[in-house]
Write a protein that binds this ligand. Structure first.
Ligand code: HEM
Length: 218
């Protein structure tokens, strides 16, 4: 089975897919063989917690630390939107990071400058869910305990869909890994992560993946 992502409305909420295949990408760290542990670990966690006798449920996903770390790393490395919504200073004399912000200015925050800031992150360009596991890096995605990644914005205009978004991403990733084996499609052995900004961030070249159904008992 071949899956081709094209429709941007579909790609937007499913933009985690590019990272789902990140382990197949030659990205400085090595080749497919060197990185193929990522999907295997996700699958092993799903099998440990749920197995193959029923579909993963949203109530299952909180108890899966690797899946949670994976989703967080997706949102850090591949935020679905690069910019917050436009903000404005309501008080004259406002300053942000040392800059004066006039009250008539539109203020758009480019989120990857935070989530890939080498002053804040160890190996910021590397996709590595392990960074969030025990003893590793921390990040409160709401921004209330310090701003290191804010894929949903921060403050009183923070995205009201945060819980829905994170729950759905975790559930979709878990189900896709539970039900299918994923690999690079032969027509696109080397993934091209070039993106372009539309309403959300989309892949410039549609993702092609080889998807093999697993033997499930439901
Ligand atoms: C992974 C999924 C999502 C991401 C990454 C995301 C990201 C964002 C970001 C960055 C903002 C701007 C916040 C700011 O400017 O400070 C925002 C605003 C908003 N989001 Fe989301 N969002 C997601 C899913 C959703 C969902 C599922 C809903 C609704 C069911 C939603 C509804 C909204 C609304 C209504 C706002 C405007 C809030 C305001 O201006 O007061 N979002 N989102």
């Amino acid at each position: 089975m071949t899956m081709k992502q094209r429709d941007d409305d579909v790609v937007a909420p499913f933009s985690y897919l590019d990272s789902l295949l990140d382990d197949l990408r030659v990205e400085g760290r090595g080749d497919v063989a060197a990185n193929d542990g990522l999907l295997a670990r996700l699958h092993a966690e799903v099998m440990d917690h749920v197995g193959d006798a029923r579909p993963v449920d949203d109530k299952d996903t909180d108890a899966m630390p690797y899946l949670q770390a994976f989703v967080k790393e997706l949102l850090r490395k591949h935020p679905p939107t690069y910019f917050s919504l436009t903000h404005a200073a309501v008080q004259p004399g406002s300053k942000l990071a040392g800059y004066d912000i006039p009250t008539d200015a539109n203020l758009d925050i480019f989120l990857p400058t935070i989530s890939e800031d080498p002053k804040l992150w160890d190996r910021p360009t590397e996709f590595d869910p392990d960074r969030f596991l025990a003893g590793g890096e921390t990040a409160d995605i709401t921004g209330s305990a310090g701003i290191r990644m804010i894929p949903f914005g921060a403050g009183r205009r923070i995205c009201p869909g945060l819980a829905m978004g994170t729950t759905h991403i975790a559930l979709m990733v878990a189900r896709m890994v539970q039900a299918f084996e994923w690999s690079a499609h032969p027509s696109q052995p080397k993934l091209d992560f070039k993106d372009r900004v539309e309403f959300t961030v989309v892949m410039d070249r549609p993702l092609r993946a080889a998807v093999k159904p697993r033997n499930l008992s439901f």
